[in-house]
Design a protein around this ligand. Structure first.
Ligand SMILES: [Fe+2]
Length: 275
């Protein structure tokens, strides 16, 4: 079976990309389940109920997140009602929402999704390693044939360590948060597909999704600055993971980096094949 994971959807440019991109990629690759990180979907900061519902309606099965999940206050009311929207599982006990979920893919396979957040240069929360291992084991015990882990973290070493730590336990461990796609996709020896960072689905002419002059100014003078989402060079970043539900092991991981024009061409090609 095939799993599509889409890197951090940033603002309207990111949402426009997935609107065209998801149906085209699902048809082209024969995707069975779609997961995306949505923590920057609302103008780069957080997610709202309206935007969450729009993204689920496009065919996203689970939305993961990270440190920006709480940016829009209304998420505190939304997340307890929407089990498909995850926050990192290693937030302290009592935090609203959940960090793992079990869903049924289009082909009937039960898929577990776990979201954890790193601690290095990020947030002083519970241990992501033991939390991830515990949640992966729990979802498998509850019937998950495939388990996907989004490790939302700043540093490459913490994410690579997580990949090795979960090798043979999770079907895939893929990093998010830096918004820069790394080139180290591989299947680890015990069958876990791994990528340090999947990248960003949004405007690539800025600084990790933000209008570049504001960020340059911030580095030059350290004054308080209002960050706006950039607009140019929209590009979808993601991975397609091939896995065997009988074993829970991955056999392939393919990186995607597609411009809006390339996605539109793919959508047209899919339509032409279907008609
Ligand atoms: Fe983040």
């Amino acid at each position: 079976m095939k799993l599509l994971f889409i890197g951090d959807i940033v603002g309207r440019p990111g949402r426009d990309l997935v609107k065209v991109g998801i149906p085209a990629l699902v048809a082209h690759h024969g995707i069975d389940v779609v997961i995306a990180n949505g923590e920057n979907a609302a103008a780069g900061f957080g997610i709202t109920r309206d935007i969450g519902e729009q993204l689920f309606a496009l065919g996203i099965d689970v939305l993961t997140s990270g440190n920006h999940i709480w940016d829009k206050k209304e998420v505190l009311d939304y997340i307890p009602l929407e089990p498909r929207l995850l926050r990192p599982a290693n937030y302290p006990a009592g935090t609203p929402g959940a960090g793992a979920v079990l869903v049924t893919a289009g082909n009937g396979v039960r898929v577990g999704v776990v979201n954890v957040m790193g601690r290095v240069f990020l947030a002083n929360i519970d241990d992501p390693f033991t939390t991830a291992a515990r949640e992966v084991a729990r979802l498998k015990a509850e019937g998950a044939a495939i388990v996907f882990v989004d490790v939302h973290a700043e540093v490459t070493s913490e994410k690579i360590a997580m990949g090795w730590y979960l090798d043979g336990q999770a079907t895939a461990v893929v990093g998010t948060h830096t918004h820069v796609q790394t080139a180290d996709a591989r299947v680890l020896p015990q069958g876990t597909a791994y990528l340090t960072d999947v990248g960003m689905t949004g405007p690539h002419d800025g600084v990790i999704g933000v209008e570049k002059n504001a960020v340059i100014g911030k580095f030059l003078n350290a004054l308080p600055t209002r960050f706006e989402t950039a607009t140019g060079d929209p590009r979808l970043h993601g991975v397609v993971i091939t896995a065997d539900p009988a074993t829970g092991r991955a056999s392939a991981i393919e990186r995607l980096s597609l411009t809006a024009d390339e996605l539109a061409a793919l959508a047209a090609a899919v339509r032409a094949t279907a008609s």
